[in-house]
Design a protein around this ligand. Structure first.
Ligand code: NAD
Length: 345
């Protein structure tokens, strides 16, 4: 079976998910939507992804042909020929879109800009893949929550109990975004705790976690400063935790001092060397020399490439919804190998 996939919203996340789906042999891109003609349509044309309009209005559809693009129809036309839609619209548009997906009878996947309540389900590959098997729809949690889940879930699985406090040091805007800030200030998120930590509990409710967040003037990566209290008798050491993460899928552990990779700038340079399109880094980056277990209290830093860590997660979530692979590790390995092959890595 080849799963037929629509991407609704071919922006930062949508274009990346489209490539990652295109890389797989068990799913295919049947169409992507744009709200109107713009430079982003050229990428869809270049990739051979059929182009549809986000809306059904004849006027908006004909605006594409007026600008020289071959538009195959509106969202309803696209939904009528797919099994699952990946909603990559800007956050908070979910409720309106969800009613369209339900009316069309297709499965749906939302992103972290939507609330858990929209779908009543959330997803990360390592935390709760099996709970999403065959579901009607789910939400891939945000880049920050995905990052927290990647390193905390294996720790929780070892310890059976975990209490976490963390601070999200967030990039102000994506590189292609000229509308957000701050550009010369540090801006605390005055909703305390921030939503990031508690959002982990939508995929792993057993982890007790709270967070604070600040936005800083950078476009490359978020950094997390994490403190985790492990239960008595955990049997771990700083070294064994590092080894655990080294064998965890989609986590990279490197020494800041020895590898001369002490800031997010060098981490992103490493990502460009890896060679995925857009210089993406699907893995969570942990600084080995920033990990320290003192008694039962673990301290560590990690960096998140906000535009891309959720991308392989979306592919796994499609497999879970379509119930075509029951084992999360098998799906993760298949997703990642196919993406590597796609980019010739
Ligand atoms: P984006 O603004 O780059 O792209 C959104 C796309 O959706 C644009 O092409 C826009 O024209 C289109 N769109 C507008 N209205 C629409 C509608 N009603 N229906 C469908 N499409 C519509 O946004 P993004 O950064 O790709 O974010 C998409 C989702 O992914 C959000 O929920 C966001 O919170 C989440 N997310 C973003 C990042 C990130 O760093 N960019 C990381 C993880 C998750």
């Amino acid at each position: 079976m080849t799963v037929r996939v629509a991407i609704n919203g071919f922006g930062t996340i949508g274009k990346r998910v489209a490539d990652a789906v295109d890389a797989q042999d068990d799913m295919e891109i049947v169409g992507v939507t744009k709200t109107g003609p713009s430079f982003g349509c050229d990428l869809a044309v270049k990739k051979g992804f059929p182009l549809f309009c986000t809306f059904d209005s004849a006027e908006r559809i004909s605006a594409f042909s007026d600008a020289g693009y071959d538009c195959q129809g509106g969202l309803s036309d696209l939904l009528s020929i797919v099994d699952v839609v990946v909603d990559c619209s800007p956050g908070k548009m979910g409720a309106e879109n969800l009613s369209k997906y339900r009316a069309a009878g297709v499965k749906y996947l939302f992103q972290g800009g939507e609330k858990h309540a929209l779908t009543g389900r959330s997803f990360t590959s390592s935390a709760n893949y099996s709970e999403n098997l065959g579901a009607e729809g789910t939400r891939v949690v945000s880049c920050n929550t995905t990052g927290l889940s990647r390193t905390l879930v294996p720790l929780f699985d070892h310890c059976g109990e975990l209490k976490v406090e963390c601070t999200m040091i967030r990039r102000a805007a994506d590189p292609g975004d000229s509308a957000k800030g701050p550009i010369n200030a540090i801006k605390p998120v005055l909703k305390v705790p921030s939503h990031h930590g508690p959002d982990v509990m939508t995929v792993k409710p057993e982890i007790e976690i709270n967070s604070l967040a600040v936005a800083v003037p950078t476009t490359i990566m978020h950094v997390h400063a994490i403190i985790a209290d492990l239960p008595e008798g955990h049997g771990l050491s700083t070294e064994s935790i590092i080894e655990m993460w080294k064998s965890t899928p989609r986590v990279i552990v490197m020494s800041g001092v020895e590898n001369r990779i002490t800031t997010t700038a060098e981490v992103m340079e490493l990502a460009r060397d890896i060679g995925r399109k857009w210089g993406d880094l699907h893995e969570i980056f942990v600084w080995q020399d920033g990990v320290s277990l003192q008694g039962n209290r673990l301290y560590y830093f990690q960096a998140i490439h906000q535009e891309s860590d959720v991308i392989p997660e979306n592919v796994d979530a499609i497999r879970a919804l379509m119930n075509i692979e029951s084992n999360w590790q098998t799906s993760v390995a298949k997703t990642d190998a196919a993406i590597d092959a796609y980019y010739g890595l």
